[in-house]
Every structure is written in C-alpha cells, then in structure tokens.
Design a protein around this ligand. Structure first.
Ligand SMILES: Cc1cc2nc3c(=O)[nH]c(=O)nc-3n(C[C@H](O)[C@H](O)[C@H](O)COP(=O)(O)OP(=O)(O)OC[C@H]3O[C@@H](n4cnc5c(N)ncnc54)[C@H](O)[C@@H]3O)c2cc1C
Ligand SMILES: NC(=O)c1ccc[n+]([C@@H]2O[C@H](COP(=O)([O-])OP(=O)(O)OC[C@H]3O[C@@H](n4cnc5c(N)ncnc54)[C@H](O)[C@@H]3O)[C@@H](O)[C@H]2O)c1
Length: 455
C-alpha cells in the first residue's frame, strides 16, 4: 500500500494497514508532523491557554486579589507554543520513520491509476490512500491579496503583537484566533457573512458565543457582505455592507479565515481516474474513491476537517484496503462531534435542531443555563447553556450541545450515552457527583424524561 500524505489521517491508515500485514510506504514531502500538530489543533490550543490565563488575571479583583496589570509578551507565548509543537512533531516523525514503513520524503503525483511519481522514483502498489489534507481557501474579494493578509498558518508565528486585527470569517479558526488576540490586548473586529457565527450549528449557539465575545470587548459583526480591501502595511482597510450601510474597518493585521479546501494541487488525480467534485475527492461510506483501489481520508475529502474523524477514517480505509474480499467497514456519522475552544467553549454531538428539521426527524428538546448552576457560579463561569435533543417516544438521546465552561470535556459524557444508544432517562439515573459541572446535564435530561413520560 502507498499512503500519500503522512498527517493524522495518513499515519492512522498506514499503521492500520501495517497491522493487517500490508507492506506500507508513506510519501510526504514534509514538513512532517501534519496540520493538527504543526499549525492546527495543538498550537492553537497552546496559545489559547495563555489567553485564558490573561483573562483570569484580569479578573483578579473578583476572586479576592489585588488587581494585576496584564502585559502580554507574544514572543514568549509563541516560544512556549513552538517548544510543545516541536515535541509533538518529533514524536510523530519518529513514528513515520519507523522501519516498519518505507518513508519517501517527496511530493507524490499520479502517472496512471497504478503508478505514482515521488521525486525521481516511480512507485506502484496494490492500493493507495490519499491523505493530503487541506489548505486555506482563496476567496475572490477585490483588493484582498494586494492589501495583504495572513492565514492561520502564518498568524501563529507572528511575534510582534498587532494593535488591531481584522478577522474575516466566523468559523472555528476566526473565533479561536480572534479571541486569542482580543484577550492579549489587540483590538479585534470579526466580520461574518451569516446571521450568526458558527453558521452550520444551531443559532442559539452562535448568538450566545457572539454575546460573550462582545462582552469581552471584541467587535463581532454578522450579516456582513465583504466588498473590497485596500491599503496595506500596518493599515489594511476592509469595506463591507452591514445593515444596509457601507462601512469600513482598518487594522494593522488581517486574518483570512474564510474556510479551507482539499489539497489536491499537483496530485494529477485525472491521471488516476479519481473523480473530483469542486476540489473534493468523492468517496463512499467505506472511504473508497471512484477507483476501487484508491481511498481518500481526512481533510482531503472535505467532509469534516476534524482530527479524530480523520484518524477514524484513516483506520477504516487502512482496514478496507487490506480486506478487499471481506465486508467493508463503513463510517458511522451518528456520533460526529465538534468542539470549538473559545471561552465559552462550544461542543456538539449528533443531531442539531437544524439537522432534525432538515431530515424530518421528530425530537424533543430542553436546555438549562450555566447561570443557574451552582458549580458554574462557584467557578465564576456562568455563560452558556446545555441543550439535549431526545426521541419523543423513547427518550433516546439524538444529539446535544454545550456552550460553556469545559464544554469540550462535558460533551464526552453525552457521547458515551449516545454510543451505547442511551436515553435521557439513563442520564437521570446515572449518579452525578456534587458539586460538578457535569451535574448540569441531569437538569434538561429530567425535563425531557418528564416530557417523554407524559407523551
Ligand atoms: C487553525 C486550525 C486549528 C484546528 N484545530 C482543531 C482542533 O482543535 N481539533 C480538531 O479536531 N481539528 C482541528 N483542526 C483541523 C485538523 O487540524 C485537521 O482536520 C487534521 O489535521 C487533518 O488531518 P489530515 O491527515 O487530513 O491532513 P494533514 O495533517 O494536513 O496531512 C496532510 C499531509 O499530506 C502531505 N502532502 C501534501 N501534499 C502532498 C503530496 N502531493 N504528496 C504527498 N504528501 C503530501 C502534507 O505534507 C501533510 O503532511 C484545526 C485546523 C486548523 C487550520
Ligand atoms: N476546534 C476545532 O475543531 C477546529 C479549529 C479550527 C479549525 N477547525 C476546522 O478547520 C476548518 C476550517 O475552519 P475555518 O474557520 O477556516 O472555516 P469554516 O468554513 O468553518 O468557516 C469560515 C467562515 O467564513 C464565512 N465566510 C465564508 N466566505 C465568506 C465571505 N465571502 N464573506 C464573509 N464570510 C464568509 C463562513 O460563513 C464561515 O462561517 C473547519 O472545517 C473546522 O472544522 C476545527
């Protein structure tokens, strides 16, 4: 097997195939480590921890301490991030260089469905796994390129703190990095096209997060239509339409966080006969492309852009490629989970109200605010809510959303209940220690259990 791309998805595929007895080569030009480690999950979560510390320090008085003057040193924050990233990347590189694999450190391109070129070598295999990830999407906004912008790739290495930052896009990248800069003292303006940030989720989630960010001093404008950019250097201007008026904002730096697209440039997928739909490598539920011996996993499929799913897809494809005659394993989207590491955090699993309505799935819902929860009050983290969705007749948990403190941790109890096809009645019966944040899950569960009993 040849795995093209040694990030999270590709490495998971390679490891699974090797464990199934395949002779596995990995082709990757580097830098080795993958997006999650080098420029995605881990660096962003590392710097967000610094922002969290800054936000708590500003609240020193509230917790009984003398006021603290918060003066950030972005260079030091970046150094801490780089140290950790180096450690994580070194471990991954060691795994890729394991003699159990053959690693070719070059870019791959297809010559035919069975043959690829990697540097000066031609390589052939019984099966291939495409795992080349994603890259920031180019958006044709007049003047944007000339004014100059950064993507998350570059912004993570900026050492000199800009006094102002324009963030284009209210998805996870714009929100996490926007809040980081806002909390270390940069004036941040975020422009989002949809009526709410995180537009793919239920509106109550986006509106709650927007309100929290605004309370913290970030300017968040939604329902914006971007018109053009101008200027340059330390004064970049973006003009946009907002509430029927043309407005503009000027910032020292600009983050373009308008989405990512599959990285298929240069792969010559046409030569492999792999079907592509608007840059997306088309796969079926078994991660097989239009060519039965070529699979695609992770961001290159443009399905989720979430790392544990990329790993799960890699494992499935690695298994399926090595067992061509057995029943294939299929990706199950029932437990798809997403966490956005802002404060308040956002975490969702399973079906949203939007998805239930779109698919005609009947549901009951109940929510409960952290502002009424004892442990959240003790912690001084009362922003947000918990929302559960249950099947009306059985109480089976269909989905959940948590906006609030430790949402990314709390969601895992709900994932576990859903994994075992559990109900809201189960959630009520399960013991919950007092006082914990997790106790809050029992309140909407009680309300739903009551609704199910009466139905
Ligand atoms: C700022 C940011 C923050 C994020 N935070 C999170 C988070 O907190 N949690 C989460 O779940 N997800 C997060 N993500 C998403 C997550 O990082 C990705 O979903 C995941 O890393 C994708 O893994 P992958 O293996 O598909 O791709 P990658 O890890 O990008 O691997 C692709 C590999 O392919 C190689 N390659 C490219 N072209 C070729 C070629 N022609 N031939 C051979 N090799 C090639 C590359 O060198 C690379 O090593 C974040 C993303 C961003 C941008
Ligand atoms: N915590 C996490 O798991 C995490 C963190 C960061 C990124 N990621 C993943 O990386 C991927 C990329 O994230 P992202 O935030 O860059 O992209 P995204 O596609 O999630 O969000 C981009 C946002 O920009 C807006 N937008 C697009 N075009 C626009 C235009 N012309 N004008 C105004 N607004 C416009 C969209 O409405 C959208 O809200 C996502 O799929 C995400 O899942 C995950």
């Amino acid at each position: 097997m040849i795995v093209i791309g040694g990030g999270s998805a590709g490495y998971a595929a390679a490891r699974t195939a090797r464990d199934s007895g395949a002779d596995v080569a990995i082709v990757d030009p580097g830098p080795l480590g993958g997006l999650c480690i080098l420029r995605g999950c881990m660096p962003t979560k590392t710097i967000l921890r610094s922002a969290e510390v800054a936000a708590l320090m500003r609240r020193a008085g509230e917790f009984g301490f003398a006021p603290v003057e918060v003066r950030s040193r972005l260079g030091a924050i970046v150094d801490r991030k780089n140290t950790l990233v180096r450690e994580f990347a070194d471990y991954r590189i060691q795994q890729l260089r394991d003699p159990a694999f053959t690693l070719y450190e070059s870019a791959a391109r297809f010559i035919s469905p069975q043959l690829i070129q990697a540097g000066s070598r031609h390589l052939t295999a019984r099966s291939f796994i495409l795992a080349t990830g994603s890259i920031p999407r180019d958006v044709p906004i007049p003047g944007l390129r000339e004014a100059g912008y950064l993507t998350s790739d570059e912004l993570l290495d900026v050492r000199e703190q800009p006094d102002s930052l324009i963030v284009l896009g209210g998805g996870p990248v714009g929100l996490e990095l926007g809040q980081f800069f806002s909390r270390i003292g940069t004036r941040v303006t975020l422009l989002q096209r949809s009526l709410h940030v995180l537009s793919h989720l239920d509106d109550d989630i986006g509106s709650t997060l927007e309100q929290a960010l605004r309370e913290d001093g970030m300017e968040v404008l939604t329902g914006v239509s971007l018109l053009r950019a101008s200027g340059g250097g330390r004064a970049k201007t973006v003009e946009f339409l907002h509430q029927g008026e043309t407005k503009s904002v000027t910032g020292a730096e600009m983050l373009q966080a308008l989405g990512r697209r599959p990285n298929i440039d240069g792969l010559q997928l046409g030569a492999a006969g792999v079907k592509v739909d608007e840059d997306r490598v088309v796969v079926d539920g078994t991660l097989r492309t239009s060519q039965p011996h070529i699979f695609a996993v992770g961001d290159v499929t443009n399905l989720y852009d979430i790392v544990h799913i990329a790993i799960q897809q890699g494992e499935l494809a690695g298994f399926n490629a090595c067992h061509p005659h057995g029943p294939p394993k299929e990706f199950d989207d029932r437990l798809v989970t997403e966490v956005i590491f802002t404060d308040p955090q956002v975490a969702v699993v399973g079906l949203s109200e939007k998805a239930c309505r779109a698919r005609g799935v009947p549901y009951l819902t109940a929510s409960y605010p952290f502002a009424d929860h004892g442990k959240a009050m003790v912690l001084g983290s009362t922003r947000g809510f918990v929302k559960l969705l249950a099947a009306p007749e059985t109480g089976r948990l269909l989905g959940a959303a948590v906006v609030g403190p430790e949402a990314g941790e709390l969601i895992h109890e709900l994932i576990a209940v859903m994994y075992y096809h559990g109900t809201v009645q189960d959630l009520v019966r399960m013991p919950h220690y007092h006082p914990t944040l997790a106790e809050i899950l029992t309140y909407p569960a009680e309300s739903l259990a009551e609704q199910v009993r009466r139905a």
